[in-house]
Structure formats: C-alpha cells, structure tokens
Design a protein. Sequence first.
Length: 275
Amino acid sequence: MTTLTPAPIEETPLPAAIRARNSLHLSGAFGAGKTSAALARIRWLLGQERIRGDDILVLVPQRSLGRPYTEQLRGPEIPPGPPVRVTTYAGLARAAAELYWPLVAPQAGFADPRREPTFLNLETSQYHMQRFVQAAFDRGEFDAIRLEAGRVVSQVLDNLNKASLHGFSIDEAYQRLELSVPQGEQMAARLNVLQTAARISREYRAHCLAQSLVDFSLWIGLFNEQVLNNEWSRTHLFRSHRHLVMDNAEEDTFASHQLVRRWLPHLESALILSD
C-alpha cells in the first residue's frame, strides 16, 4: 500500500493517484485536504461504468465525521442511483447483526433465536442494567466506593463495550482490570467491587440473551465472532461493497482496523486517510 504525505493537497500530483482503482494510504495534517481528495475519488468512481453508489463504503469513527460526505455527495452532479454508504464501524456491525440474525443468533447463546431482536440504545441499555446494579447497592456491595448507582451503570456498560471491541470475554476483561488495581489498604475493597461488577455484567448479559435484547456490546460481539467467522455471511458482506474510503483511521477502534485489514484483499480499491 502506497503512503502519500501531502503538502497541501493541491501542490502534489494527487489527482492521478486518486482517480484510479488502487489502494492508498494518505496521511497529512488537519486541513491538508484529505477528505477533499477522498470526495474526488468517490466522484471519479461514480463516473465509471458499472459502479453504483452503494458499491462504495465510507467508514468514519463517528457519524459527525461523515457529514462532509453525505452533504457533498448529493445534488445534480452526482449520478442517479443508490447513495454511497457512509457509516461507522458500530453502524455497520449493527446492520450486519440485524441482517444476518437468523444465521448467527442460534450460535450466540440466545434463548429463542427465532424471536425478533430488540436493539438497545444507551438509554435502554442503562434501564435494563439498572436493576442489577441497584440490587447490588441494596446489598451493600458497593459501600467501599463513593459512586452513585447511575455512574456504576455507565461504567459497567462501558467495560462491556470496550471488552467487545477488543475481543475479550467478560471474565477476561475483568481479570485485566483486577491486574491494574494498585496495592494498598484499599486493594481488597476495590477487587471486591470489580468482582461484583463482573457478576453484574454476567447477570445483565444473561438477561439480554433470554429476552433477545441486543446492546452495543452484543451486536459488536455478534459481528466479530459470528458474522465475520461464518463463511457465507462474511463473503456476502465483503461482496456488498467493492470500494472503501476510511477517513480519520487513527481515531477508529482496533476492531475497525481489524475489519478493514480482512476486507482489503477483497476490494477493488481502498483509500485510507489518517493524520
């Protein structure tokens, strides 16, 4: 993969490199014109025969960073047809988990794989987690720390999400957290709190599996462990887009980088942008 470092972008022979079906890594400072170069490539691709908008995937770390693409890739100068897909890794994973649900749910431990899944947002995830955290507070299991129940709910969910993004099980994630606890007179109390949080995580996960509730950590897990490891769904996914633009790659997650690494050999072109 070629690496280009622009001056600003207008001062380099970039158009020839951009307007081609190749794989490039383009790095440069903020404001150098990397997104403009990506938009130039996308417009060029859309002008080629047998390339539709939905053949092109734009992957960004957060939805707000996709706004230049959604705003610029519309209007009379853009060929008619399906739009370019602009999404995040999490958005791609959720859509895939929903699309391939009948295929992957039986392997993921859901009590009734035939039941339609309910995808949870942050607020509904907190609602379902709250009961388990509050029960632990009522038993005095968090007396050693000065945190409100709502803060613990957010932290336990965050731990689950980070574990899924890095491919760790609940037990593996909390074993790592326990290793980071400093020695001292509070060590035993902090370890007890972490063990309680691990148990709450398992209770919450069991509740989700029983009720076909799919939170962020579960749909990331479904995507990484089931969709990408099932030959049929992986092949179907990788054939759904033939051209990739990954913007702000340095801000994205390990899981997103691993996905792109696996997808690259199947793409006709790829442009990866980073600061």
